[in-house]
Write a protein that binds this ligand. Structure first.
Ligand SMILES: [Zn+2]
Length: 405
């Protein structure tokens, strides 16, 4: 038997796609095929016409109940899903959503453009929350030791802020994009037990720690206000519920992305650590997030995109493994920015990550490749709003003076 040319010899990979056993919650059947591969087959057998009738019913009800208020909340980042969600809500179902953004405060220039373009082209009213730069930097540092990536504030804020808006503005329906059944290790289209949207959804899926658990001597309970979830009682009294369009509409990320790009002017950008430019294009730290995933679990963004392409038959499993080897282990430029804002040394960073390694990888030396020279990424790898401030500020920053005194 020919031995697979897998990226990390010690790990078991799905026989059909390239998912390793270290993906959170992933299960393999007796043929060594992962649950998401099974789910992608289930997806073909779903009666999507019926699902769309269900969706219409939900939206009709929301319109009837909303009176003069907004019909629903559209949580958006400006990413590709945001455009698709906005299209479905405003153009297909003729709803009046309130667009709500929790800003991670790490917007790239293209990401900033995409969000503004989305608001413009769909004529959306918009509410945005942005935590202060200092708070973001503190949380980014704490996040690494707590959950093994840089992005707790984003994982948590995208969950809590739209819910605060839902309860405070009395807009009970939240409409998200991609279904968890699309590509989560332990969820499947055929499975009613897949994680459902509720108050703690983002805590369970990505944030892992509550706002209360992040409080320490440098982060007060007051600092954490934006990350706090409404009470269960508040949720129930306001009848808050969330749906994912991907549970009602056949989801095809690739096709949707091409279409919103060509039709609505959404733009891709360079995303570190992978071969496509459309996932998390709005954030300068995407490559950092995915690199920490690689150091923890032995795979990064290229793997996550390859498995979808292999399942769709766009490439073979072997071609997928080659792309993974080329991209996942490359040290991202965003790491420089991360070290700067957290004052961690690179050595400290790798020590923390070493402690976060899953058991299957203990004792395995993971290769880290330097990025090939002659990319002009570096000057792009700090937040766009900081770039604007640097460009226009022509007096001394009083904060720097104060620190020196
Ligand atoms: Zn698979």
């Amino acid at each position: 038997m020919i031995k697979d040319n897998v990226p990390i010899k010690k790990l078991k990979y799905c026989r059909r796609c390239c998912i390793p056993e270290t993906q959170e919650g992933v299960e393999f059947d007796e043929f060594g095929i992962c649950r998401p591969c099974g789910s992608s087959e289930d997806k073909m057998r779903i009666n999507w016409k019926e699902k769309e009738i269900e969706l219409k019913k939900i939206f009709d009800e929301a319109k009837t109940n909303s009176g003069n208020n907004y019909d629903c909340i559209l949580p958006i980042s400006g990413g590709k899903d945001s455009f698709f969600q906005a299209h479905v809500l405003t153009k297909v179902y003729n709803l009046k959503p309130l667009a709500v953004t929790f800003s991670h405060n790490w917007y790239s220039e293209i990401g900033f453009y995409n969000l503004q373009r989305c608001l413009q082209v769909f004529e959306l009213d918009h509410l945005q929350f942005t935590p202060s730069r200092t708070l973001v930097n503190k949380l980014a540092r704490k996040s690494l030791g707590q959950i093994g990536d840089s992005c707790w504030h984003c994982h948590s804020g995208v969950g809590s802020f739209p819910l605060q808006v839902a309860t405070n503005f009395k807009i009970p329906l939240l409409v998200f994009g991609e279904s968890i059944r699309e590509n989560h290790g332990s969820a499947a289209y055929s499975d009613d037990d897949s994680p459902k949207y509720d108050r703690d959804y983002f805590n369970k899926i990505s944030a892992k720690k509550t706002a209360e658990e992040m409080v320490d001597e440098s982060l007060s309970a007051k600092d954490m206000h934006a990350f706090r979830l409404p009470s269960q009682k508040d949720m129930e009294q306001n009848n808050v519920r969330g749906i994912h369009l991907g549970d009602y509409i056949f989801w095809d990320e690739e096709k949707q992305t091409e279409w919103i790009r060509d039709y609505y002017g959404w733009k891709e950008t360079i995303v570190e650590g992978t071969y496509k430019g459309y996932k998390s294009a709005e954030c300068i730290m995407a490559g950092m997030h995915d690199f920490t995933c690689y150091l923890k679990r032995g795979f990064g963004r290229a793997t996550q995109q390859v498995i979808l392409d292999v399942r769709k038959g766009l490439m073979t499993r072997e071609e997928g493994f080659e792309l993974i080897k080329k991209h996942d282990s490359v040290r991202p430029d965003a790491l420089d920015y991360y070290l700067k804002i957290t004052s961690l040394s690179e050595k400290e960073f790798y020590e923390i990550m070493d402690n976060k390694k899953v058991n299957e990888l203990k004792g395995v030396e993971l290769e880290v490749k330097e990025k090939e020279a002659n990319n002009n990424n570096k000057n792009r790898m700090y937040p766009f709003v900081e770039q604007i401030i640097d460009k226009h500020l022509n007096s001394k920053d009083p904060r720097i003076k104060k620190n020196r005194d």
